[in-house]
Structures are given as C-alpha cells and as structure tokens.
Design a protein around this ligand. Structure first.
Ligand SMILES: *Cc1c(COP(=O)(O)O)cnc(C)c1O
Length: 219
C-alpha cells in the first residue's frame, strides 16, 4: 500500500486516535519518525502526539535533542538494531529500547545501564518468522532468552516486539508474540505497522508503530 503525503498530520492523527479508541482505551500509538524531517515531526508534536520511534541512534541524535528541548515530555523508542558500541549513546536519548535481540547485546546493555545509572524499559525483539536476514531472537530461543534477560541480567524487560515476515498472515506471528508475553508476564506488546495494525489491534497489541500511515511515504 502507498501512503500519500499528508496535508494535515494533525487530522491524520485525530482519525487514527479515534480508530484506536474503538479497540482499546489503552493502546499507545508510536509515531515512527525515521527518515522524516523535523518539520513534520514538529507538526505531530504540535498536534499532541508524544510517543515516537527512530530506528537509528545516529539519526535520533541529530533530530531529537532540539525537538525535545521544545517538548520535554516526549518519549522516544528505539526500534532498529542496536550495535554494542552505540549503547551509551542510545541510553542518553531513548526511553524504551524495543530491540534487545541477542545475548551479547543484553550483557553489554545491562553493564552500561549500571554504569550510566539509566534504565530505559526494554522489549525483547522476537524473530517470529525465523528469517535469516531479520533481527530478533529466534522463536525457539525466545523463552530462554527472555528468562536470561529478566532473571540473570536483571534487565528492566517489560515487553516484546516483532515484525512479521512480508507476505505471511501477520495474525499467526502476533499470536505467537502474545502467547510468549503472557507466559513471561510481560505487559507490553509492540506489534502492528501501517499495513497490518488493524490485525495487531484485534490481537491485543499495546503499542502499534506507525510511520507511513501518519507521515506519508518516507523520503
Ligand atoms: C519503519 C518501521 C515501522 C513503521 O513502518 P510503517 O510501515 O511506515 O508504518 C515500524 N516498526 C519498525 C521496526 C520499523 O522499522
């Protein structure tokens, strides 16, 4: 699906909010602002949107300090892969890290959190489709990895995130994530993007991550 440029981001957000309310009073709309210019993000902020996501530490560092000086109550999620050498920078800027996906990262993250005294909420990214090119802990290792992060490393894990394979029924993947979250008593379920969020809402998403549906196609 192609998303047209939005004349009014405020109107688009109002429509989406109304749609979300029909499903649940508590689902959080995460506005994915990657590759979107600061002017468009500012329109969303002016319209009252406060939760955003970026997929690159570097890009977030370039765009967000200025925006946050105007809107200090905004919240920023990391939804792209995190390299271990970027953890310190990520801790300085992100409130939620949705992409904890491998033991090496989890260990380094736990250590740096202690060192920096910063403890953003962590979600475990699960590669529900076991796709070789995709980030996320493989499905079969997810139980053990979640346990390891929570109990051994004492990471502040509060949710799970997934990106279903293109061309497959997303419902299967959302159900898998939901079952996993229930088994580990994790409250947050970050699932659903512009093309599949209605399915995710039906399946109990607590956070949907919308980029193009809010801002139009990326540059
Ligand atoms: C880009 C991205 C999104 C948003 O995708 P849209 O199709 O623009 O809604 C959501 N989640 C992740 C992890 C992304 O990288």
């Amino acid at each position: 699906m192609i998303y047209l440029p939005k004349d009014s981001i405020a109107d688009t957000l109002a429509l989406l909010k109304a749609e979300l309310l029909q499903h649940s009073a508590t689902v959080t709309l995460v506005a994915v602002s990657k590759q979107q210019p600061a002017a468009k993000i500012m329109q969303a902020l002016d319209a009252g949107q406060r939760v955003f996501a970026e997929n690159r530490v570097q890009e977030a560092k370039e765009k967000w300090p200025a925006l946050r000086s105007v809107f200090p109550d905004s919240e920023l999620h990391l939804i792209g892969p995190l390299q271990t050498n970027k953890i310190r920078e990520a801790l300085a800027i992100f409130d939620v890290i949705e992409t904890v996906d491998r033991p090496k990262l989890a260990v380094a993250l736990a250590a740096m959190m202690q060192k920096e005294g910063k403890f953003p909420a962590c979600y475990i990214q699960v590669n529900t489709g076991n796709e070789p090119q995709k980030s996320g802990i493989p499905r079969e290792e997810a139980d053990q990895f979640i346990h390891y992060c929570k109990e051994e490393l004492q990471l502040p894990v509060s949710g799970l995130m997934c990106i279903p394979p293109v061309g497959e029924d997303p419902a299967v993947h959302f159900q898998l994530l939901k079952t996993l979250a229930e088994r580990h008593a994790l409250a947050s379920l970050s699932m659903g993007m512009s093309d599949d969020y209605p399915v995710a809402l039906r399946m109990g998403a607590t956070h949907i991550r919308l980029g193009r549906a809010i801002f139009g196609e990326r540059a």
